[in-house]
Design a binder for this molecule. Structure first.
Ligand SMILES: *[C@@H]1O[C@H](CO)[C@@H](O)[C@H](O)[C@H]1NC(C)=O
Ligand SMILES: *[C@@H]1O[C@H](CO)[C@@H](O)[C@H](O)[C@H]1NC(C)=O
Ligand SMILES: *[C@@H]1O[C@H](CO)[C@@H](O)[C@H](O)[C@H]1NC(C)=O
Ligand SMILES: *[C@@H]1O[C@H](CO)[C@@H](O)[C@H](O)[C@H]1NC(C)=O
Ligand SMILES: *[C@@H]1O[C@H](CO)[C@@H](O)[C@H](O)[C@H]1NC(C)=O
Ligand SMILES: *[C@@H]1O[C@H](CO)[C@@H](O)[C@H](O)[C@H]1NC(C)=O
Length: 860
């Protein structure tokens, strides 16, 4: 019975199994009228057919019993648990409706789809997993055919949300880890996929396979990131939440960035005063802790060490120390930083002469700085390549650089923005070198000085000559020291002066010559009594001379005395001989001086002359002007006035008491003036008339009882004329005529005697006292005038009111008195010769026949 059904089923299964697979999708085919064709089972054998169906827990599944469109007449659904031999009925329909068994409830909500033999199981239970067998019997016209349909139902479970398990949440780089994707539910086969999302957010598949676990032998920092896993089975797929995996590592060797970046072969460099930033980065998880060291001592904590306004003292080694505090590991790196700094200040330009000033050397110096600055000379004649040094030099041979050229030196250094410069302008000294000589004090040394000043650089100056050692040149000036007196005239000491800008070496020399003295007049003639100046002046000479010395007419060196006045400067010496005297001061004077190479002198002859004798004057009238006889009016005249133009300066009026006594002496008859028998000696009292034009005068204060005599002498400076014949005054007219006559006779007599006496004396002593002789006899009136030739004569002559000789007189119109003359107005007690002659020297007693005045003029 069963077999034919089974054969039918088998047939159906062979031809229509695929149709069953599409059973839900294809609409049910109407049941065919000829079952034969559909359920072939001609042999009557039971047909066995197998199929597989997949269901999912809690969802619905349909299990078909053969062809869904072919409703069998009888069907029986049984269930066998996997691994069990038992077959248990679920539902059956023996033609009278289906009967659901209790077992069905454990399998889900089982229903039989109406008009079919198919089972619909909703809310499929996991217990439904097993073999469902549908036994179906088709009753055909000819026979019943029996079919066994085995439906293998697989109940699948969806995958629940997995969660990721990591063996180590903070693994250290290089260590092994594993990761597992944990699932609570889900039937296999399950595929796993791991996803890694790195820090940039890009996701990569990290691993996949059917294993829920992944091993990483050597985790590295690149593995840091989010991880999630995805599990997939035929039902569904689910992914876990992401998990952060942090790889602990580092620190790596730090990387140092220097800003601004300047790299040299010796390391990093920076310019002084700029801001330098040192940035240290060392890869590490957790991030590094940084420490900065300078020359091995800590200066900063943190990754970025900024030095604002870096200085040259900050040069050195900088070390960055990185530390991973979690691992307690560290790393470090050092750099060397050099701070470049410019030289101080500005470059200095200078010039100098080298190799004995045959070359001009220009120097540009800029000291300090690191590295060395660059110095570039440029100027009128050159453009020189830069020199990397603190000094740049230019050389010019003598005379090749032109005067006043401007040379500039430019200094460049990487640590300054703008180039700096200096300049120099060499020039030669103006003019020619100057030579001169001078003498040190005490005449120790003769110094020859040579100078050529004003150049830049200074000229080189040196001396050449006998005994000069080498060429010890000096700048600008040079002094040659020679011992005084060792130098001979005309020795060739030559000064050489050289300047690098001047092509030729210049020279100068000091001619060495003895001094030369001059005087205004070789012979000077003056009148006696005046002051005369003798001049002596030095001609210009290259050598300094010693002081000019005057020697007087007796060959004695002149000092300042009352006699001599010495005025001098370095160039002249003027000797004034005061109050000249014919005898004492006439003669040859000498002025001398010397210098380092010799001496010289000049002679001046001084001739002192007397003034010419003034003309004779005589009293014309001498008369009391009253009976009281105490005043006398005098009148006089000058003889041959026209021959003595300006030849006198005044008159001396003299009077004395008259007393006459004849006597004998030495066997000769002489009239001797003797003292008045009373008490007063016979003395001439004198009174001066200073006006040469005056011809009258009144003398007073006379004693009425005394008999007087009067005389007049003209004077010319200190030269006296002949005294006139004495006269006694006449009585006033009318009543005193006899007395006047008597007095006149007596006076005349006395005067005659006196004059005779004097003349005798003078004539006798003519040779001893020629002056007196000449004074009296005027022998040289004319010739003396000719020899006196002062230039001042014209100027002074008229000013003094004295025509010819006033110029030499210091007294001018005032009276120059005779030397040792009698007191002018007061009576004198001295033994003055009664003649009034000046007591000139030599004294009178030199004569062959001396006449002793002291004997003849005696006081009683
Ligand atoms: C796994 O299946 C059991 C039984 O069906 C259920 O109780 C449990 O909630 C499921 N777990 C998950 C995570 O879905
Ligand atoms: C990490 O990745 C970078 C590039 O992505 C690579 O250069 C480096 O070598 C990797 N590091 C390691 C430890 O594999
Ligand atoms: C640091 O070291 C450098 C090089 O060794 C040295 O030139 C510099 O003087 C040092 N600085 C200090 C402050 O010691
Ligand atoms: C060179 O110049 C200086 C200064 O200007 C001047 O005194 C001198 O005379 C000049 N020398 C010559 C040779 O021109
Ligand atoms: C001295 O004499 C000179 C002429 O030889 C003259 O120039 C100078 O002025 C005189 N000195 C005095 C003080 O008189
Ligand atoms: C001036 O007088 C003297 C004496 O009385 C006489 O010897 C002389 O000749 C006179 N001279 C003139 C120029 O008359």
């Amino acid at each position: 019975m069963v077999d034919p059904l089974l054969g039918l089923l088998s047939f159906l299964s062979r031809s229509l199994l695929l149709v069953s697979a599409y059973g839900y999708m294809t609409p049910p085919v109407p049941f065919p009228s000829s079952l034969e064709k559909l359920v072939p089972n001609p042999s009557g054998e039971v047909v066995y057919q197998k199929s597989s169906v997949y269901g999912v827990v809690d969802r619905a599944v349909i299990l078909d019993c053969g062809l869904a469109t072919l409703l069998p007449d009888i069907f029986i659904w049984s269930f066998t648990k996997p691994g069990s031999q038992e077959i248990k009925n679920v539902v059956y329909d023996l033609g009278k409706g289906h009967r659901m068994q209790a077992l069905a409830q454990t399998l889900g909500q089982v229903t039989v789809i109406s008009n079919t033999a198919s089972l619909s199981i909703e809310r499929l239970a996991l217990a439904a997993h097993g073999v469902f067998t549908c036994q179906a019997i088709y009753d055909t016209a000819t026979e019943a055919r029996f079919y066994y349909y085995y439906v293998y139902l697989t109940v699948r479970v969806p995958i629940s949300k997995p969660y990721l398990e990591v063996s180590e949440s903070s693994p250290v780089e290089g260590s092994p880890i594993w990761m597992r994707c944990n699932l609570e539910n889900g039937t296999g086969p399950i595929q796993y996929e791991w996803h890694h999302e790195n820090m940039n957010g890009s996701v990569t598949v990290f691993g996949q396979g059917n294993s829920s676990i992944v091993d990483v032998n050597n985790i590295n920092r690149n593995n840091t990131g989010w991880y999630r896993c995805r599990a997939q089975n035929p039902v569904n797929s689910e992914q876990s939440d992401r998990t952060w995996l942090s790889i602990i590592f580092g620190p790596d060797v730090p990387q140092i960035d220097v800003t601004p970046y300047t790299m040299t072969e010796r390391g990093y460099s920076a310019l002084e005063r700029e801001t330098v930033s040192l940035m240290c980065q060392a890869q590490s998880n957790p991030p590094s802790q940084y420490v900065w060291l300078y020359n091995n001592s800590q200066v900063f904590g943190g990754p970025q060490y900024t030095i604002t306004k870096i200085l040259r003292m900050h040069t050195g080694d900088y070390t960055c120390l990185a530390q991973n505090t979690y691992l307690n590991t560290r790393s470090k790196k050092s750099i060397s930083l050099t701070v470049y700094y410019p030289p101080d200040g500005l470059p200095t330009c200078s010039v100098e002469g080298t190799t004995e000033h045959t070359s001009l050397k220009l120097l540009c110096t800029w000291t300090g700085g690191f590295p060395s600055p660059k110095l570039i000379w440029s100027g009128d004649l050159v453009d020189q390549e830069g020199v990397n040094a603190n000094t740049a030099t230019l050389l010019y041979a003598q005379g090749t650089a032109s005067n006043n050229s401007l040379f500039k030196c430019q200094g460049l250094h990487m640590a300054i923005k703008q180039p700096v410069e200096c300049s120099v302008q060499p020039y030669s000294p103006a003019g020619e070198p100057q030579c001169f000589a001078y003498v040190t004090s005490n005449n120790q040394n003769l110094m020859l000085s040579c100078s050529w000043d004003g150049g830049f650089p200074k000229a080189l100056v040196w001396w050449e000559g006998p005994g000069v050692q080498g060429k010890g040149g000096q700048e600008a000036s040079n002094i040659l020291i020679l011992r005084y007196g060792t130098v001979r005239s005309e020795q060739p000491y030559v000064c050489h002066a050289r300047h690098p800008l001047v092509a030729q070496t210049k020279t100068c020399t000091v001619p060495l010559e003895p001094p030369v003295l001059r005087t205004q007049r070789r012979t000077v003639t003056v009148f006696e009594g005046t002051d005369v100046q003798l001049t002596c002046s030095l001609m210009d000479n290259n050598l300094p001379s010693n002081e000019i010395t005057w020697f007087n007419n007796r060959g004695v060196g002149v000092m300042d005395t009352s006699k001599y006045l010495l005025l001098r400067s370095s160039a002249w010496a003027n000797l004034t001989v005061r109050d000249t005297d014919e005898i004492q001061d006439s003669g040859q004077y000498r002025c001398t001086t010397s210098n380092a190479v010799g001496g010289t002198e000049v002679n001046v002859t001084l001739v002192v002359k007397r003034y010419p004798m003034p003309p004779n004057a005589s009293l014309v009238s001498v008369m009391y002007n009253s009976p009281q006889r105490n005043q006398v009016d005098l009148e006089w005249q000058v003889h041959n006035e026209e021959d003595y133009k300006g030849g006198w300066t005044g008159f001396i009026l003299e009077y004395s008491w008259m007393f006459e006594k004849p006597g004998r002496r030495n066997g000769k008859n002489e009239s001797v003036i003797v003292p008045h028998p009373g008490k007063i000696a016979s003395i001439w009292y004198s009174s001066i008339v200073q006006d040469p034009e005056q011809r009258a005068h009144t003398l007073g204060s006379l004693t009425p009882t005394v008999t007087y005599q009067f005389r007049i002498t003209s004077i010319n400076h200190r030269t006296l004329g002949h005294p006139s014949a004495p006269k006694s005054p006449a009585e006033p007219r009318q009543n005193s005529l006899p007395a006047i006559i008597g007095a006149a006779i007596g006076g005349m007599l006395f005067a005659a005697i006196l004059t005779a006496l004097l003349l005798m004396y003078i004539i006798r002593n003519r040779n001893n006292n020629p002056r007196l002789h000449d004074l009296l006899f005027g022998r040289q009136h004319s010739q003396s005038r000719e020899n006196i030739n002062f230039p001042e004569d014209e100027v002074m002559g008229s000013a003094g009111g004295i025509e010819d000789v006033g110029g030499l007189s210091s007294s001018g119109p005032t009276v120059a008195l005779p030397r040792a003359a009698s007191p002018l107005t007061a009576p004198s007690q001295s033994a003055t010769p009664s003649t009034g002659q000046p007591p000139t020297e030599p004294p009178f007693d030199d004569g062959n026949e001396p006449v002793n005045v002291t004997i003849t003029v005696k006081a009683t």
